[in-house]
Design a protein around this ligand. Structure first.
Ligand SMILES: Cc1cc2nc3c(=O)[nH]c(=O)nc-3n(C[C@H](O)[C@H](O)[C@H](O)COP(=O)(O)OP(=O)(O)OC[C@H]3O[C@@H](n4cnc5c(N)ncnc54)[C@H](O)[C@@H]3O)c2cc1C
Ligand code: FES
Length: 283
């Protein structure tokens, strides 16, 4: 059992938790995640470790309510406990001094980009960050990213804060202005990561994306998280979650993410109606 020691609403439907997990906090490196289960027989879901406090043995999780399990988690209060937390999982981000890096964050993907941007800054990189959201109230971690970025630009689709448009609109402008980028890291919704890759492709600047397929065991056994990279099957939970963006089959990833929509919708409806609804994808 892992007790929740702090909880804060960062934005509508986005909640930040600090959770007791001393062993995971000790071992964590940027880019890694946990798989959690709220109850016996409950669904297992992956969440990025957005930060750790090694002295206090805490990990930070930032969760967006999208379905049953993320709703149940978001409803937990300080003092409640998460039944199982497995991690840290996944291959840590490859960090080196690339020179100038672009850190491109979309929506709750900002929770993934923040620790990576910080590690890149600590390794001596110049970090230019673009943080995108649909509107002002959905922008998260702006203060934290400001501290670790040489430049932070915020984009909102409705223009309520910063640059009006998509992260890719500003990224394209930067490239057309001739800004020198040596590497780009992107995390966010799959269509956004695919769009970043298409903007970067003509420039041949290495572009790493953090993929978010459905996961179950997190150990490379079940095959649920498989993605195609250069036409070869890879297991995101052990060989990822980060891959060369130019090599990812995004259409296949999106199709696999849509596979359980009817079951996910039913599980959420049952949850909202107070009927439980256990394992949304595994019934
Ligand atoms: C390595 C990794 C790290 C992640 N880190 C975070 C994080 O830090 N914060 C966070 O809020 N979410 C994160 N996710 C996504 C999170 O795991 C899903 O949102 C969650 O599993 C949904 O569970 P649910 O039962 O609430 O919703 P479900 O009922 O399972 O799904 C509801 C809706 O969300 C969509 N969905 C389901 N799974 C995913 C997914 N993996 N990615 C995108 N959309 C999905 C479904 O298509 C459906 O429309 C991460 C995913 C991966 C693989
Ligand atoms: S989640 Fe089962 S193989 Fe990756």
């Amino acid at each position: 059992m892992h007790q929740i020691v702090a909880k804060r609403e960062l934005a509508p439907a986005i909640t930040r938790f600090e959770v007791e997990a001393p062993r995971i906090a000790r071992k964590w490196q940027a880019g890694q995640f946990v798989i959690l289960r709220l109850s016996e027989g409950g669904e297992r879901i992956p969440l990025t470790i957005a930060d750790v406090d090694r002295e206090r043995g805490l990990i930070t999780l930032i969760v967006q309510r999208v379905g049953k399990t993320t709703t149940d988690l978001s409803n937990l209060e300080v003092g409640a406990a998460i039944r199982d937390l497995t991690g840290p999982l996944g291959t840590p981000t490859h960090i080196e001094n690339f020179g100038t890096v672009g850190a491109i964050a979309g929506g709750v993907g900002t929770a993934v980009v923040y620790p990576i941007a910080r590690a890149l800054k600590e390794a001596g990189n110049r970090v230019w960050t673009i943080l995108g959201a649909r509107s002002r109230e959905l922008v998260i971690l702006a203060e934290e990213l400001q501290v670790v970025s040489d430049e932070l630009a915020i984009t909102t689709e409705d223009g309520s804060l910063g640059y009006r448009g998509l992260v890719t609109d500003l990224l394209r402008e930067w490239l057309e202005q001739g800004r020198p980028l040596d590497h780009v890291f992107a995390a966010g919704p799959v269509p956004m990561m695919q769009a970043v890759v298409e903007v970067m492709r003509p420039y041949h600047i290495p572009t790493t994306v953090s993929l978010n397929p459905i996961m179950v065991d997190g150990t490379g056994m079940c095959g649920c998280c498989r993605v195609s990279i250069h036409g070869q099957t890879k297991y995101t939970c052990v060989e990822g979650p980060e891959f060369d963006g130019f090599a990812v089959n995004f259409e296949e990833l999106m199709a696999r993410l849509r596979m359980y929509r009817p079951q996910e919708r039913l599980a959420l409806e049952r949850c909202q109606a107070g009927k439980g609804g256990g394992r949304s994808r595994l019934k």
